[in-house]
Design a protein around this ligand. Sequence first.
Ligand code: PRP
Length: 193
Amino acid sequence: MNAAGIVSAPSDPRLLGRDVRRIAFDAETLRARVSELGQEIAAAYPDGELVVLGLLKGSFVFLADLVREIRRPLHVDFLVAASYGDAMISSGHVRMVYDPETSLAGKHILLVEDIVDSGRTLNTLMGTLKQRGALSVDICTLLHKRIAKDLEHPVRFVGFDAPNEFLVGYGLDHAENFRHLPYVASLKQVHTD
Ligand code: PRP
């Protein structure tokens, strides 16, 4: 890391030569908080059937670690939505690409997100999920930027409040890169983005 706090790309070949501003959440910090979240979630659902719905693609790493920390019976399914394309700012359009096949009626549904940014994704998907006769529908996100102005549904479980920077790693991408970083890094924006 140099004096400006920039992590030099050669230190991690997964960064494709890009520089990151800083490591926002390192692997050990993530592991510890995900473990706590798992305990909070298990305690919040003392009974009933629980379906953990991972919102792909971004949640796949978080979801895999989280469900292994929830020590109660559960089922796992997925939703696929896309909104950003390859740009570093939101296109504002949320498109459902895959709908879960599991019946949600009479069950506790926990929608798992990697990050809440503008809140558009959650506003769109929660409206749909709440029409399916579930016993409860709640949201768990690893990261919450706290900048969404019109979040229609409260986020029940939050891993960390996140800086309003372009974050990658632990499932989060830029143009499909960097999802496999074991930490969350703040990507240094360049003019060609
Ligand atoms: C990202 C991220 C969240 C959403 C958050 O998904 O994974 O789902 O954007 O942004 P919002 O609060 O402004 O809606 P993206 O559409 O990039 O797809 P991905 O999960 O495949 O990366």
